[in-house]
Design a protein around this ligand. Structure first.
Ligand SMILES: Cc1ncc(COP(=O)(O)O)c(C=O)c1O
Length: 370
């Protein structure tokens, strides 16, 4: 039995009612018009689109575009899903059985461990060291491996901290997974928005035969309403199992979603540039805000992605603090309890264009002027 997805229930409660969302993890969503304008023929093709079923695994052209995001994989190593959420679910249900042990980079998107828990797996949570910028300790991983360990679950770039592991650390993790012959899963939905592009990691699917990369359009592409995500792995047996499961889930993507995903992937450089520009500008304001508020908040500038985790230094927990903030001034923060990570932190998101107004509302509130 799956427990409620706390973060998703929290957003269900506030996302369409709170006026100032300061914790969303997506980049500013594009309009249909903005997306179609990226390609001269797209508007005509859009109108002529045939609204039939599409290939169950995802159309070949789209799978080729996804494979091009990786080194060393081809279109047959790609399985498209209705968002990366479905890919996470299909991976865990296909790869794990009761009694398996799973090591999970934590805190994280709840499905990374909740689905394993519902299957009857044993979990080890692998947390980063906050004082060292949420750095992961490789020795912890080495010691955590057991004879029944079946998978390591990573998020890189990381949600909620914005931590981006080094290539050297990723290589060490790959080598541990390879020698234990276990799955290495990496949620790469925040890939492509790195503050320093030289720190961009390769997708894990190209690094090891039993590695699985999951990604999609929701965050760094600015297209969460286009429900297209993917799982990429050279493990064809695993992919076939996931395909059999997908027949009972979304079956295939929507033809409209696949069309729009094709445009987005062909123009990913422009989309990522647009979104990075918004983020760089927003982070300047966020840094200045937290510098002014260093008496109550501890902030570390993230290395990548759209979110960061803030420590609240007051004795009051963040569940109570965030509740008071949203009820009084309408600014939504994400308390760490919703991530099952204590009560001392909250997540902020800085990918949207309305961040300046959200931040100034919070400023006014903290000044007691609201
Ligand atoms: C780390 C992570 N993975 C996956 C998802 C699911 O995204 P989607 O199903 O929209 O692709 C989210 C959404 O917040 C996320 O934060």
């Amino acid at each position: 039995m799956l427990s409620p997805f706390k973060l998703e229930r929290y957003f269900a409660r506030y996302e369409f009612t709170a006026p100032f969302l300061l914790c969303a993890s997506d980049c500013e969503a594009l309009t249909l018009d903005e997306l179609l304008r990226l390609e001269p023929a797209a508007e005509v093709d859009w109108r002529a689109l045939r609204l039939g079923y599409v290939e169950a695994a995802g159309s070949r052209g789209l799978r080729e575009s996804v494979a091009a995001l990786f080194e060393g994989v081809g279109p047959d190593d790609v399985l498209l899903h209705a968002g990366s959420s479905e890919a996470i679910y299909a991976f865990m249900q296909s790869a794990l059985k009761p009694g398996d042990h799973v090591i999970v980079h934590h805190p994280c998107y709840q499905s990374h461990y909740e689905i394993a828990k519902s299957i009857g797996c044993e979990l080890t949570l692998w947390g980063g060291d906050e004082r060292r910028g949420w750095e992961l300790d490789i020795e912890f991983l080495r010691e955590a491996i057991q004879t029944n360990t079946r998978a390591i679950m990573l998020t890189a770039p990381h949600n909620p901290t914005g931590y981006l592991m080094s290539r050297a650390l990723l290589d060490e993790i790959v080598s541990i997974a390879r020698s234990a012959e276990i799955y290495l899963f990496c949620d790469e939905i925040f890939r492509f928005i790195e503050q320093d592009v030289t720190q961009r990691l390769p997708g894990v699917a190209g690094l090891y035969d039993r590695a699985v990369s999951v990604g999609g359009l929701s965050k760094t592409f600015g297209l969460p309403g286009v429900r297209v995500g993917w799982a990429v792995t050279r493990d064809r047996e695993l992919l076939a199992k996931m395909m059999r499961l997908k027949d009972y889930l979304s079956l295939c993507n929507g033809a409209t979603d696949e069309f729009l995903a094709g445009v987005a992937l062909r123009h990913r450089t422009e989309l990522h540039r647009r979104n990075l520009e918004i983020i760089v500008e927003n982070l300047r304001l966020v840094d200045a805000f937290f510098e002014r508020r260093a008496d109550i908040f501890a902030w570390r500038r993230p290395q990548a992605g759209t979110v960061g985790l803030v420590r609240y230094l007051a004795p009051e927990g963040t569940a109570a603090f965030c509740d008071r903030v949203v009820r009084t001034c309408g600014v939504l923060l994400l308390p760490s309890a919703e991530l099952e990570f204590g009560d001392s932190h909250f997540r902020i998101g800085f990918g949207r264009r309305d961040l300046p107004i959200c931040l100034s509302q919070l400023d006014l509130y903290l000044d007691g002027r609201e």
